[in-house]
Write a protein of this length. Sequence first.
Length: 174
Amino acid sequence: SDPHAWQDPRNVALYVANIRDALVRANPAAADGYRARATAYLAELADLDRWARDQIATIPAARRKLVTSHDSLGYFAAAYDFEPVPVSGLSTATEANARDVAAIIDLIRHEQVPAVFFEITSNPKLVCQIGSDAGVRLAEPLFTDSLGAPGSDTATYLAAMRTNVSRIVAALRP
């Protein structure tokens, strides 16, 4: 199963609310500060989600297929109405066999998938090969398991999610 629940900002909002409540219980004297910071971040998460929905709305539904190097975008796909197509199957522990690869290439061609994606922390070799064999481009890498280096434009959750959405939209929009 996909443990990447943070790929849906609405789940992160639940985390923030739970953390806020736990901190308030643990340190009531600082409750106002915890609440204020949580409220501000929850607003940023809501803005991110609205922005992502607006961006993704520019991709026709038929092109909303996420061919990725593993199954890390299930929550993102469910939140934003994409069809996830993990190359390595249902688990990051399993490698795709030749029949699976051929089926994915056939799917990409049949569904006219415009691009394939890989995660910044994964080996892009198989996805690159599939993209090449299917005749589609390899999109810029996505941040699914880690953030970018401190000071980079992907150093925070909000920034990494904006980068991912921007890269997905750029690769899939006609």
